[in-house]
Design a protein around this ligand. Structure first.
Ligand code: RIB
Length: 297
């Protein structure tokens, strides 16, 4: 069984569905409200577990109702939570998400996620050393992202850096990642380049191990000396929240099958996730990914 470790955020997503996005100063009647387990780290952990991996999570929740629900939710997915701390006097991270016309807008409040420290990563040394791949995103302190990259490099375990939400990072950190998985906007921020730059030229010029997602246009990625393209799978879009997380998780789970296969399966898993509402509530099982690959080979 593939062993994945995720270092990252755990949020409760407060999701409002409406026919369109609200304008500043306006009040709009929505269609639906739901609370769904989320957070880029927890989402990637859950997606990897549903795809058949054994998963350990490193993160933090508050000692509050959301924290209890999220902690139990991770356990019920079979995820090892021995390195998820429950912090007194701290609120669990939240994401207020508006969904309209298949798009989303998200405001996150880090809460306990801001307390995920480099020591937490170092304390999980043995778990990380036994991993086939490590996933890390940027909803936790950047020094913890750095510590994860360094420890992964030291242990010889591939680290997939999902640079979301995007911030510029030192090239030295990027060079420690086995794969970096931005979308086009995140790529521009990461490299301090204009957002309308020719991303294919950026991929050609950069020796960084970039795997760039472009929603319905598919994925462009560097495979050795070549830049390759994987087309997107065709599905009806309901909610794109968590699609990137599903993609990253699947990339990690299927990495052992070679990069082109891993990217293809990751694109299939991400497509399934956008055909349903919610982040974790939309994540597919391995059987569902296989079935889509049969329908759209
Ligand atoms: O990537 C989607 C996630 O981003 C949501 O679940 C939300 O919690 C935000 O962190």
């Amino acid at each position: 069984m593939v062993q994945i470790v995720v270092v990252g955020s755990i949020n409760m997503d407060l999701v409002t569905v409406a026919s369109r996005f609200v304008a500043p100063g306006e009040t709009l009647a929505g269609e639906r409200f739901l609370t769904v387990a989320g957070g880029k780290g927890a989402n990637q952990a859950v997606a990897a577990a549903r795809l058949g991996a054994r998963v350990s999570m490193i993160g933090a929740v508050g000692a509050d109702l959301f924290g209890d629900q999220l902690y139990q939710g991770l356990q019920s997915e079979g995820i090892d939570v021995q390195h998820v701390r429950r912090l007194p006097d701290t609120a669990t991270g939240t994401a207020s998400i508006s969904v309209a016309e298949g798009e989303n807008c998200i405001v996150i409040v880090a809460g306990a996620n801001a307390q995920v420290r480099p020591e937490d990563v170092r304390q999980a040394h043995d778990v990380l050393a036994g991993a086939d791949a490590i996933l890390v995103q940027m909803e936790i302190p950047l020094e913890t992202v750095e510590a994860t990259l360094r420890l992964g490099r030291q242990l010889g375990v591939p680290v997939i850096l999902n640079p979301a939400p995007a911030q510029p990072l030192p090239l030295e950190w990027l060079a420690m990642a086995h794969f970096i998985t931005p979308n086009q906007h995140e790529l521009a921020t990461l490299l301090s380049a204009p957002v309308d730059s020719d991303f294919r030229a950026v991929l050609e010029q950069q020796s960084l191990p970039l795997v760039m997602t472009r929603g319905g246009e598919g994925v462009w990625y560097r495979d050795g000396d070549q830049v390759r393209h994987q087309a997107a799978f065709s599905v009806d879009v309901v909610d794109t929240t968590g699609a990137g997380d599903t993609f990253n998780a699947a990339l990690a789970v299927f990495l052992g099958e070679g990069l082109p296969t891993a990217v293809k399966k990751a694109a299939a898993a991400a497509a399934l996730s956008i055909s349903r509402l919610g982040a974790q509530s939309g994540m597919p099982t391995l059987g569902e990914v296989d079935a889509l690959l049969e329908r759209q080979p």
